[in-house]
Design a protein around this ligand. Structure first.
Ligand SMILES: [Zn+2]
Ligand SMILES: [Zn+2]
Length: 142
């Protein structure tokens, strides 16, 4: 039975409140599927805006949550520790990491020519470097 919930966050609240990620109906986070993870606006360190669905009872939730909570849900699937991967984005410190540059690894595949005019991009592995504002960096194949 639906109840009319109290307005949890009063107008003009200066601090968004993180809520636990779980399904209040099923009283577990076991069946939760993350739909989206985004930085808060304005961004708050350690907090993200999440939306998720409990597939057991088909209930949709959206609220701020702590980075640790999100990690606990997602890391069940074995993501790199401290980094959340979601929807093509990599999130560290609660916000998506930004591409700070690209590089090329010298995975050199010898071709039939040593001609320096040959476009070496074809034989180098392109990578992109993601950087968090905390300085954490990681490199990925692009
Ligand atoms: Zn549920
Ligand atoms: Zn970071």
């Amino acid at each position: 039975m639906p109840t009319i919930s109290d307005p949890i966050v009063p107008d003009g609240a200066s601090h968004p409140r993180a809520e636990r990620i779980w399904c209040g109906n099923c009283r577990t986070a076991e069946h939760v599927i993350m739909d989206s993870i985004e930085p808060l606006k304005p961004p708050v360190t350690g907090l993200v805006d999440v939306a998720y669905t409990c597939v057991e009872c088909d209930t949709f939730y959206a609220h701020p949550a702590t980075f640790q909570d999100v990690a606990a849900i997602l890391n069940q699937r074995g993501t790199v520790r401290g980094v959340l991967q979601f929807g093509g984005e990599y999130i560290h410190c609660g916000e998506p990491m930004k591409i700070s540059g690209t590089g090329f690894h010298s995975v050199y595949a010898p071709m039939s020519t040593e001609d320096p005019a040959v476009d070496l991009l074809d034989v180098y592995l392109a990578t992109k470097v993601l950087q968090c504002r905390c300085g954490f960096r990681m490199e990925l194949p692009s």
